[in-house]
Design a protein around this ligand. Structure first.
Ligand SMILES: [Zn+2]
Length: 546
């Protein structure tokens, strides 16, 4: 008897049982499960029924706790008679477990009497399955060799208890003076370890190892909650530009649904712009509501430098008059009672590139957008750099020509003064000797030059060549400062003329120290027209994750 006690000290016992309606409630199935856990290293088994124990005993010598579950008069009782205990011992059980609770047992014999007879007539150990401390003390006094809080949570007195009662485990050890076997709702390896650390003699794990039906239901419940979280993953993304405000419902994978476009009416100033902003967001929210898409928050991209700490506009140009100093995040949260986030529009485009475009999977890259000006952003070590006032990544105002052309920032020789729509038009006019006509604005003229270059027009191609030299200087500087994996270029000026990017890449390589070995990559970005809207929405999803 002493050997059995020692063999189970600080060891795992596996209970192999099935409910009456379970397909595994079959002696051969349970025999195979028992042998599988035994061959995996279980140090003991808890098995129901003499016939099962008889079969398992033929193939393993590890200690077996035997029980006989009897259902009578609508009630369950574990090993209700001495006859049952005798059959279990005869089959090969080393320990007989029986119900020693205070509840009125509608059938069977008094448990004190059974314990006594097991010891004197069968010579095997007894485990008392109890639910409360008082029952444990009583069972110890009656001679039980092990105490197990197996029935805690399953009797009338303890039915409110929903998980393993650690205090009961400690109290039983202190007050009964018997080895306590932790059993009942030990569902994880961590719980089993804790039971031993808290002083249990052994620990019994059942359902979590041997009942695939219960394990499957647990997996399904967890998977279902994931699907619900997924379904709720929508945000409103907004992009405020000088002429247009775009808003859309954005799903967590970047899909934009139900886009709304309104005129910014920037000439109306802060109040007018804010009014158009709220109606764009309201329309997007209404559409989300109609489609049954729950919205987690609002991400707003805007021209101007954004103070990321409070979502206010630190500085904006005359494209958005009155915008400087506006507490945009507070305003939007007051209107919509949803979490709101504000970001510079170029930064938002970089976030879109990082999450849904070419930058997906990259940790270090610079994105540059070329249009009327130059927008940019730097992702370093997986994080978009914002800077103290929101100016990080203002690549357009890096000087590439000392005492060069004047720039609207007040300096001379900025990249933006050379590489932009106006810059392209200027170079083309200089090289071709004439100016394209019948056009609406600079963007339309630049588009014509772009088409000429694609068709092989020499002056147009030369104009691009000049711009590529300027841009290469700026990008070589970036590679020297940041050593990124890649620089991504975007903008209508270059999207349909891939030769430009090829030229920039080879010129950057020539300008870099150890350039041949470094092979700096310059590529076309892949984020599309809705990059600002998508990127702003990622702020909502990211905040959700943190
Ligand atoms: Zn400048």
């Amino acid at each position: 008897m002493h050997q059995i006690l020692e063999a189970l000290h600080h060891k795992l016992i596996v209970s192999c049982q099935a409910m009456p309606d379970d397909p595994l409630e079959n002696t051969d199935a349970l025999r195979r499960i028992s042998l599988a856990v035994a061959s995996a290293g279980a140090d003991g088994l808890r098995l129901n029924g003499a016939s099962l124990i008889h079969l398992v005993r033929k193939d393993t010598s590890i200690p077996i706790i035997g029980i006989e579950k009897r259902y009578e008069k609508g009630a369950l009782r574990i090993t209700p008679t001495f006859q049952d205990a005798a059959a279990l011992a005869e089959a090969g059980a080393d320990i007989i477990a029986l119900d020693c609770t205070d509840q009125i047992h509608p059938f069977g014999e008094p448990w004190r009497q059974i314990i006594k007879r097991i010891h004197t007539e069968l010579g095997v150990l007894v485990m008392a399955d109890i639910a409360t401390l008082e029952e444990g003390i009583a069972a110890a006094e009656a001679g039980a060799d092990f105490i197990g809080p197996t029935l805690n949570g399953y009797t009338e007195a303890t039915k409110s208890s929903e998980c393993f009662d650690w205090k009961l485990l400690r109290d039983l050890q202190q007050k009964t003076g018997r080895p306590v076997i932790a059993e009942g709702r030990i569902n994880t390896p961590e719980d089993a370890k804790r039971a031993i650390e808290e002083g249990a003699w052994s620990v019994v794990v059942g359902s979590a190892i041997t009942r695939p039906g219960i394990i499957t239901r647990h997996f399904i419940n967890v998977v279902n909650t994931a699907q619900k979280e997924d379904a709720a993953h929508y945000a409103i993304g907004v992009d405020i530009g000088g002429t247009t405000i775009k808003a859309a419902v954005v799903s967590h994978d970047g899909t934009t649904l139900t886009p709304v476009r309104l005129a910014t009416e920037a000439h109306l100033g802060r109040e007018g712009i804010a009014k158009n902003l709220t109606s764009a967001i309201s329309q997007a929210l209404e559409q989300a509501n109609a489609a049954g898409l729950p919205i987690k928050g609002i991400g707003i991209a805007t021209a101007g430098a954004v103070d990321h700490r409070d979502g206010s506009i630190f500085a904006a140009t005359d494209n958005l008059p009155g915008w400087t100093g506006f507490s945009l995040r507070a305003f939007a949260e007051d209107c919509f009672h949803l979490p709101c986030f504000v970001i510079n529009d170029a930064h938002a485009a970089v976030l879109s590139e990082q999450h849904f475009g070419f930058g997906d999977g990259l940790t270090d890259f610079v994105a540059i957008t070329i249009g009327t000006g130059i927008g940019g952003g730097i992702v370093s070590n997986g994080k978009l750099l914002l800077g103290q006032h929101g100016f990080a990544g203002t690549i357009g105002h890096s000087v590439i020509q000392v005492d060069g052309r004047p720039c609207n920032c007040g300096r001379a020789g900025c990249l933006e003064a050379y590489v932009s729509t106006a810059g392209l038009i200027r170079e083309y006019t200089r090289l071709s000797g004439f100016m394209p006509k019948d056009t609406i604005d600079d963007a339309a003229i630049a588009l014509q030059i772009n088409q000429l270059a694609c068709r092989g027009d020499k002056p147009a191609q030369e104009a691009y060549k000049v711009l590529s030299l300027y841009l290469s200087d700026a990008i070589a500087n970036l590679f020297n400062i940041l050593d990124p994996q890649v620089v991504l270029l975007s903008g209508g000026l270059i999207e349909s003329y891939p030769q430009f990017i090829t030229d920039v890449e080879s010129q950057v390589q020539q300008r870099l120290h150890f350039g041949a070995g470094r092979r700096p990559q310059v590529r076309a970005a892949s984020a599309g027209k809705n990059a600002g809207v998508q990127g702003a929405a990622t702020l909502v999803f990211e905040s959700d994750r943190s």
